[in-house]
Design a protein around this ligand. Sequence first.
Ligand code: SAM
Ligand code: FES
Length: 349
Amino acid sequence: MSNLMEVINQLYSTHSATREELKELILCNDKKVLDYLKKLAVKVRESVYGKDIYLRGLIEFTNYCKNDCYYCGIRKSNKNAIRYRLTKEEILDCCKEGYELGFRTFVLQGGEDSYYSCEKICDIVRSIKSSYPDCAVTLSIGEKERSEYQAYFDAGADRYLLRHETADETHYKKLHPPKMSLAHRKQCLYHLKEIGYQVGCGFMVGSPYQTVDHLVSDLLFIKELEPEMVGIGPFISHKDTPFANCENGTEELTVKLLSIIRLLLPNCLLPATTALGTIDPFGREHGIEAGGNVLMPNLSPTAVRKKYMLYDNKICTGDESAQCRQCTELRMEKIGYQVVTDRGDFKRS
Ligand code: SAM
Ligand code: FES
């Protein structure tokens, strides 16, 4: 145990650890060690971002997807999913509402939907940026050609979220159909970085067939890529997918990994995700108290929220955006943090 305390001290001072050390830390269940890990993660978080919580308004603008990821509720083969697309006007209405509620980042997320051509996405990004020049636009629309990423960037997109899902090739193949590859996903992440986006990678915690060694590979990959954002959340099964009967990831492990990621990348933007709030009513609070500094309340029109079901029992699908916004602020106040009206960019040190 004392050895693990040293590992945590070393993570704190050098932001690095070996494969064996990370593995031991992930496997550790000693409360004293875990409390210390959390304490240092919060210390680092506060030294960079204080007690501020950055908000991202999530606009889930399409649930059409050409992919068939085995875990995902909006996969192409799910015939029970009721499909929808938002028009540019509907997306702009979400931004208007969001802006009034104090959001200064809009995240456009969707399945891989070829209906939204490169020109359409650029047009949407340009419209948002011209109406709200003080806001950041984040895209999360999957794997694209480098030229498309460049076009979105030139249109004004600031950030891009593309979780790598798992950094282990064999594990990746167990989660995705043969035509998807980890190598391509990683290539996309490097293209995004080269272009100049603030980039986010990430993975699901407790996804089917995941081992501790896979998690260590995820952490080492994150360290190597040095993204500005890291999105992790527990895997939660969806009843209409091949993984319907698989066990969900746990809150404990997700929270522990959030702290480790905070120590590995002190400046990263680290959300306490909706999935974390779904497996535990206080999951988001616990994520923030473990070193997270971002929340992503839903800004999608209430009419479509239930249709963007990536996993069962997703929270906030019946709420209005204003309710989510207020709820978020109160929840953060209760644990001593403050939601801020700010673009919430990555801080370089
Ligand atoms: N199509 C884009 C992409 O592939 O990056 C963005 C949308 S995708 C649905 C967003 C993320 O949802 C994925 O990266 C995945 O990690 C997460 N996700 C999908 N199914 C999930 C599940 N059953 N439990 C938890 N997270 C899930
Ligand atoms: Fe569409 Fe995975 S199946 S994002």
